[in-house]
Each structure stands twice: as structure tokens, then as C-alpha cells.
Design a binder for this molecule. Sequence first.
Ligand SMILES: [Zn+2]
Length: 310
Amino acid sequence: MRYNRQELIIGQEGQNKLKNATIAIIGVGALGTVTTELLARSGVGKLILIDRDVIELSNLQRQTLFDEADVGRSKAVVAKEKIAQINLDVKVKTHAIHLNSENISVIKEANILLDCTDNMKTRFLVNDYCRKNKITWIYGAAIKTHGYAMPIFPDGPCLQCFTENVSLETCDTVGVLNVATTSIGALQTSLALKILLQKTVEPLLYHYDVWNQDFRKLTVKRKEKCPTCNEMYLFLDQKEDIRTVKFCGSGRYQVSGNINFDEVNSRIQGTYDGETIQTDKFLLFKDGRALIKASSEEEAVSIYSRFIGN
Ligand SMILES: [Zn+2]
């Protein structure tokens, strides 16, 4: 009975295809909460959720899976808890990590990948990985009142082929309406479901301005000198060596280190939820990253060394 209304459109055979599918969602923010919820309600069998960040009050305007009580907790972990309340049939695997070239294989079992990130570097990494491993992924971005979505197939144009068309603005600086993010999330979900159901989807760049009621389909051509299409995976070959990353506008620093998580957990007083340890000074992830509230990079590194390790 649960999928009755949907089966009238896609049939029981289609519903079974969704049940047997695995989708990875990279970034559980504005686009990611919408796509995750819609895919879970549709009955997609398995979801892999990846997000490095914690929930902030300013996220609640558009990140539809989160409530006021969730502020300060890991997005990936909270999303998993919410999905368990919506549809227990869906298996959810979470990775509260900063995706990079060394850990990107956590997405390898996915049939399709949804790009719900807000930064170009991760998108290019995903672009390289998917091209190399012949995985279809769906680019998505929303800003101000509008946004883009595009299915990127192993044999079609890739993200590097059309990057000139893509804006590098982020919603931290120019803002975004929740009607734009939910519309683009719904568009990405439609594309993913149709591909899983083996229906025809054109490899076009779809642009939608929901506020101004304008929908466009843009043709993207494969660029002859595109590095990714010529099997030069620059982002996948790059090793990351970042000790600290400052988060835009939030006064929070990400500091990484090589630690024994269980040892730290037994030593410090904090709240452990299976993936993270929360204290009044920091939120520590299993991969050794900590989000630290501090007034300078030096202070953040010093808190990390003092309380967590080197
Ligand atoms: Zn390309």
C-alpha cells in the first residue's frame, strides 16, 4: 500500500527496480536533504549519505530534514535518523567525512550519484571519479532564485566540458531561496529515478528559475581538449594536504589530524552518538577532523593539540 500512488505511474516492476538500487548523495544540505527525503519516500533500497558539516541555525530555512533541536549535530548522522522515521525499509549508510581523492571509493557501490555539494572542487573530483569508473551522476546547483541540474553520463559531455557556464558564486555570499533549492532537488531526483527506471533522459543542462517561472534546456557539447574526457584525472590524482580550513562566515575552523578516535573517546568528556564526539569546544569526527569554534586559525590548532592530539 505504501507505494500505491507511485506504482500507478511506474508499475510494480519499476518499484522493484527502485528497491534494488543504491544512490549516493554527496552533501546533505539544501539539495541533499530534499533528494534524500524524496528518494527514501520513493522506496529506493539503499542510500549512501556523505557530509562533513554540522547543522547551523541558518540552514533551517531550506534544509528540510533538520529541526531546531538538531543544530550543532552532524548532518549525515541526523539525516539517517530522520530517514529511519520516514521509511524503515531504506538502508542508510553515512559517512561524516570530507570527501577527497583518498576516501572517494566509499561511493563505489552506488548505481547513481547525486551532486548536492556547494563547491566546485568536490564536483570536479566526483566528475573525475565517475568518468573513470563509468558511473552516471547528476550535477546540481542552486543560487538566489534559480538553479541547474544535469545528468552526466559516462559517454556524454562532462562537468569540465562546460564549466564556463557555471557560476562560482556561493549561497553564503549571495543567498538562496528555499523554493529554488527544493525545485532543483526535485529535478535531480526526477532525473535519477528515470535513469534507474531505464527511461530516456537527455544529457542536457536544465535551468530552472522557479521565482520567475522560467524553464530552459541548454545543449552542452563535449569539449575536445577537456582533460577529464581525455582521461587526465587531475582532481583524482591530487593528494590533499590541508591542515586547516576556515568555514565561510561561521567563525568555525576545521582542523584535521591523525588520531585514535576510540582512545580520544575514552579520554575526553563529551557526547558520543556513534559517529561524532560533541563537547563545548569542538565536534570531532571519526576521520580525525574536528570543527572548532575559535577566533583565529592558531587558536583552533591549539585547541586541537590540547584536547584531541597532534
Ligand atoms: Zn569533459
